[in-house]
Design a protein around this ligand. Sequence first.
Ligand code: MRU
Length: 374
Amino acid sequence: MLINSKSYRTIWSHPDDSTVTQIIDQRMLPHEFIIVDLVAVDDFCLAIRDMYVRGAGLIGATAGFGMYAATLQCRDDNFTADINNFAKALCDTRPTAKNLVWAVERQLTAMAHCQTVQQKREIAFKTATAIADEDALFCKRIGEHGASIIKEISKKKNGEPVNILTHCNAGWLAFVDYGSATAPIYQASNDGIKVHVWVDETRPWLQGARLTAFELKEEKIPHTLIADNTGGHLMQHGLVDLVIVGTDRTTFTGDVANKIGTYLKALAAHDNNIPFYVALPSSTFDWQIEDGVQDIPIEKRSGDEINKITGLAENGEMTTVLIPPENTESANYSFDVTPARLITGLITERGIVKPNREAILQLYPEKKQVDLRG
Ligand code: MRU
């Protein structure tokens, strides 16, 4: 991904000291570009909980490096108890994101095969690096598969720009590189297809306005920022050809948890016969939960995220202002669940698949035992 024409990932190991992990502090984007060092497990927990890093894949990659940091903090003579405590602390930071638990479990499984503490530390570093590399690779593949959908629409429109609506930020800032929902857009644009992106601002944290608009600008993709309630109107007037969003957890039956407001966009798309796709790497699938609406845990965050807004003031300083009357009670549900019946398809690293149990398990046959649970 490009920032000021320089290529970055969102997380990396310090080139001179592998015990330090470096991230971009997303709370300050797009106005300030700050790199933060993470060393102790507490640093990783804070970075995930307070959203220095956010988004499915990046939360997973951060948890992966956090587990490596944990191995360095574990006492040699109490390693198993310590690592399990650190694993729990990381998993407790954000409840909806499946990639978080997935990465922590992958680390614990990798370590379980080692005999010595030193071997556990070595494998944890290798696994953290593999999780990050795989995330970038899978997003690239999602881009290749998803671009075919955009190309098909472009053909039908005789090369006129394809208007794509996206919600929140499922771009490279939400992953290690490329992004999920944005990867097909980047790929299609690289292949010479004309695209234009409607960017939902995405209250309350404004991931769309702050992050998606920033990355599309850096990548020179034409885009327009819209208030969250605008999508339905645009769809009724033929101004949206396609919706692509990301997801924080998707059941093996095809229900999709994503940033609050996604469900309303899916309803509007359904009513207007507009294809609604969800892009995700396999690390975001939940292979246990069948009914997403009932059973996916939905994170509730501080009401301050609704009541206050931070941005660049005219004096050039980052400023936070209060919007409603002081002490107004607000409910900040961070995610909602879009039922599979409203989704046209899932764009994965293995290809595009219908959002139902049979099709998903056919694409991931190694998970088929889940099917036998009834
Ligand atoms: O609260 P966030 O910013 O971590 O939420 C995650 C998201 O960015 C979105 O829900 C996104 O659309 C899916 S994550 C790729």
